[in-house]
Design a protein around this ligand. Sequence first.
Ligand SMILES: [Zn+2]
Length: 125
Amino acid sequence: MTKRAGDEVVNLLKDYTPPPEKKPKRIPPVSKSRAEKAELRELVRWVVLTRPGPRCEIGQAFPEIPCGSIVTPERKHAIEVDEIRGGAYRSTEMYDPERCRRGCHRHHDHKTANKREYLRRIGEL
Ligand SMILES: [Zn+2]
């Protein structure tokens, strides 16, 4: 029998056993420390959503934008909780009611898109 190209590879493959399949380690969607503080965050949200004052606090800074906080049966959860600076500050602000504002989706979106203007208007810049 003559040796053909590829025979060596075929011989090597006879002894080959694939490594055991490893499940890739998944990164949890919520960090352990954040999961541990979930109850505190819920408490902060409750404080922010129930404190006295205008229903849409964010909207106070943008009176030229019509507020979307009008309650209808379809929009029971129309009010959202936002952190004033957010971003890198979010991890600390989200546990401090004084650093959170409630607002309608429209004003929240507008604030996010115009954060510097918002911070300037509320005296944070
Ligand atoms: Zn609003």
